[in-house]
Ligand binder design. Sequence first.
Ligand code: GLC
Ligand code: MG
Length: 425
Amino acid sequence: MDRITKAARLMIVSDLDHTMVDHHDPENLSLLRFNALWESNYRHDSLLVFSTGRSPILYKQLRKEKPMLTPDITIMSVGTEITYGNSMLPDDGWVEILNQKWDRNIVTEETSKFPELTLQAETEQRPHKVSFYVDKTKAQVVMKELSDCLKKRGLDVKIIYSGGMDLDILPQGAGKGQALAYLLKKLKTEGVPPVNTLACGDSGNDAELFSIPDVYGVMVSNAQEELLQWHAENAKGNPNIIHAKERCAAGIIEAIGHFKLGSNSSPRDVADFVECKVDHVNPGYEVVKFYLFYERWRRGETDNCETYISSLKASCDPSAIVVFPSGAEKTLHECIHTMKGCYGDQKGKQFRIWVDRVLSTPTGSSTWLVKFDKWELSGDERCCCVITAKISAKGSGASYGYTWVNVQQKWLEEYEKKDDSTWLF
Ligand code: GLC
Ligand code: MG
């Protein structure tokens, strides 16, 4: 929580599977579009919250499979576990609240009497969450009977059906909605309530997110039947909740535009940065733009022309040095020269670059130290450098663009590139 010292301009609270992450898009294009938008326009003054049904184990697995950003706050196991920051520091206060009126043993004892319930994997059974699979056709009846049963045993629980197959049993005070309410209250108590909050989801366990006061909501276009039905019955006329036209992360971007919560133009939607002038630029935007251009160059998606090379060179101080993870040094101009020869070498291949955790600290009136994680996916190999760059504003203001003054790279543990002959920036 220590990074949260100012009220967030926008807090996005998003589900992961089939909301932030589109499992039907092997290229992850809308997720990458969202990432570029977030890091260039929001990371420095907004909060990203992931709210997933997954346990910490399956959540970490998903992060290894998909190009996901690091959220500021992670809510897992259907709102029963809240953690902060990259180190995932748990919120013990939340655990204490959930312990009230909860007895896991009674839940397992009673549920064992229902042959319609199939227990989910061991990793998904958590201190405040017991999870099963149940057939769509039997779900309603089972939920009713189970609820009566547990009430008779003196338990106050919440039973949630999601994705047309998952049944979760949680303490009554748990769930994604309650976890969000708890978080909003905490931020308010600390004097930093977000200016705007946008909840994003696709399935049953997300419904609660949309009933928290003063929260905008987007059900992505591919939302599940059970969520749309909940909406029809409970929130039909509410203009603060929309059913997006676009799938997954593209639906989230659509909602940012619909509710006018800030910029909804992802740098990935900009075809030509030389032509494009952006109004409120910040060093984060420069970093995203730089690496996006590099990706496109190697994929052979830009024109192979000298104008781009000159413009890139013009954004680097002629004496600017890159210190590679090995300790070797090169000037940025030398790197650009090498890059020139790599035009299109990744054409038709899986090659993507994204940046995460872009944070800039001013070191003078027009200079910043910008720290970020640079990820490169090449085929099946994923590598990452933690980069610290010194960047300064050109001329009298950022509207003239930025100059890279130096770059220092360090491999992120477990993600170093074996053959680093084509690792440039
Ligand atoms: C995730 C969890 C699962 C849960 C489901 C719905 O898939 O892994 O345990 O039942 O979300 O909340
Ligand atoms: Mg989902």
